[in-house]
Design a protein around this ligand. Structure first.
Ligand SMILES: Cc1cc2nc3c(=O)[nH]c(=O)nc-3n(C[C@H](O)[C@H](O)[C@H](O)COP(=O)(O)OP(=O)(O)OC[C@H]3O[C@@H](n4cnc5c(N)ncnc54)[C@H](O)[C@@H]3O)c2cc1C
Length: 408
């Protein structure tokens, strides 16, 4: 019997995984990749170390599709399957607080073992081929075009990624291909990205890193919150907790111009502790200047900013300062509202939220609009938290799409 032919559009993490799986089923597989080589984005992941998965894998780490649907997909190829797969192609994996990395701590080795596996399975790679057209023919075959080139396959997998870090190749053209097949699109926003704020004082605290609890408010209610190391930049806020809630903020910003974010810089204190803190300091340090009085509470630059914000002078003696204003400084440490007006662009984002709705694909990730075409990776409306979840989704969805595409 003639081997099935499978064309994989996009040689990123998901596309390479799909190609390996389809080839292992006996299909003749071709990857069409617009860059001069596959897997460019993998090299950037985890600061060059590639956080390729997480032992705490669960559907709760993902947004977009329904949690039950995502959980079902993850069960088919979970973190243990992922570890077994990579060990099987030669990669030793190590764990750090649940985060999984190649033992080499080099993202390039993850790409290398995938490339070697593609080679030994005989997968063809057509590089420098930016696909711009896809059509399901009446005989069920799939016609794919890129520039002046045309290809025909029995099955196709679209794994073009989203729009994050376009310099790695994912420029959103996969959404156009999905549209040509009749798919709709859940609006996309940059996610796992820095937030830009309205206030001008950020320049004064740029570079400061501190533990904090951050809450996003909408209609006066907290819609999401995170705790972790917050980083201040010249234009706003960054750091893992900011990344984690950035997709929620980005979607809110589509509906409103500003999003209030509340920062608690003393996350282990309760509001009622503040009064006692002030009284104790007044007893012990009441003879100091205002700046000296607050030294040791928070990072110096933040304290200086808060002292100025409430209208006190750092050099004035505490005994001449209004107690109400001293108390206000501590209030700011506990609940400081900043105004987010935007996110950084897709170029700075790690992923795109939104994409092809999962309701438009089957459990095997086959298009309900164009049978024979499958989707894998970030192009689908699934985005994960920081911590290896996005690559896990690429591996899981690549596995599912590749295996199913090669099935008769
Ligand atoms: C800086 C950075 C760090 C990250 N770190 C981590 C991390 O440590 N852990 C983690 O889990 N996730 C991380 N991510 C996210 C993760 O890398 C992505 O979610 C994942 O790589 C998506 O895989 P994908 O195969 O769906 O898409 P991509 O990796 O974007 O691959 C898509 C491929 O398709 C090609 N392509 C696109 N359009 C076309 C076209 N029209 N024709 C032909 N080819 C096309 C592209 O060139 C590209 O090779 C990081 C992302 C970034 C940007």
């Amino acid at each position: 019997m003639k081997n099935l032919t499978v064309g994989v559009i996009g040689g990123g993490a998901a596309g390479m995984m799909a190609a390996v799986m389809a080839a292992r089923q006996g299909a003749r597989v071709t990857i069409l990749e617009r860059n001069d080589r596959v897997g460019k984005k993998i090299l950037m992941t985890g600061n060059g170390k590639c956080n390729l998965g997480n032992m705490e894998l669960s559907a709760q780490a993902y947004h977009g599709a329904e949690a039950d649907w995502i959980a079902g997909r993850l069960r088919a190829f979970d973190v243990d399957d992922m570890i077994r797969f990579f060990q099987g192609i030669g990669l030793l994996i190590k764990e750090k607080n649940g985060y999984l990395y190649p033992a080499s701590e080099q993202a390039s080795t993850v790409l290398d073992v995938l490339r070697f596996e593609l080679k030994s399975l005989g997968v063809s790679i057509v590089s420098g081929c930016r696909v711009d057209g896809i059509e399901r023919l009446s005989d069920g075959r799939i016609r794919i075009s890129g520039g002046r080139r045309e290809f025909w396959f029995d099955r196709a997998v679209i794994a073009c990624g989203g729009m994050a870090a376009a310099k790695t190749g994912s420029d959103g053209s996969g959404y156009v291909l999905a549209g040509q097949l009749g798919h709709s699109l859940v609006p996309t926003v940059p996610a796992l990205v820095q937030l830009r704020c309205k206030e001008e004082f950020f320049r004064a605290v740029a570079g400061v890193r501190t533990e904090a609890h951050i809450a996003v408010l909408s209609g006066g209610k907290c819609v999401t919150s995170e705790r972790g190391e917050l980083q201040f930049t010249e234009y706003g806020i960054s750091g893992i907790p900011v990344f984690q809630l950035s997709r929620t903020v980005a979607y809110l910003l589509r509906e409103q111009r500003e999003v209030p974010v509340h920062i608690r810089l003393l996350p282990d204190y309760q509001r009622e502790d503040l009064e006692l803190l002030l009284i104790n300091r007044l007893i012990l340090m009441g003879d100091r200047t205002v700046e000296e009085f607050f030294t040791g509470v928070l990072h110096k630059k933040l304290m200086q900013l808060f002292v100025k914000t409430v209208g006190l002078k750092g050099t004035q003696p505490v005994e001449q300062a209004e107690k109400r204003l001293l108390s206000k400084v501590l209030e700011l440490c506990w609940d400081w509202e900043v105004t987010v007006t935007g996110t950084n662009s897709y170029d700075s984002a790690q992923v795109s939220a939104g994409g092809v709705p999962c309701s438009e694909v089957t459990e095997d990730l086959e298009s309900k609009k164009a049978p024979g075409v499958f989707f894998a990776g970030e192009i689908l409306d699934v985005d994960g938290r920081c911590g290896g979840y996005n690559l896990q989704w690429a591996w899981t969805s690549g596995y599912l799409a590749g295996e199913a595409a090669a099935r008769r």
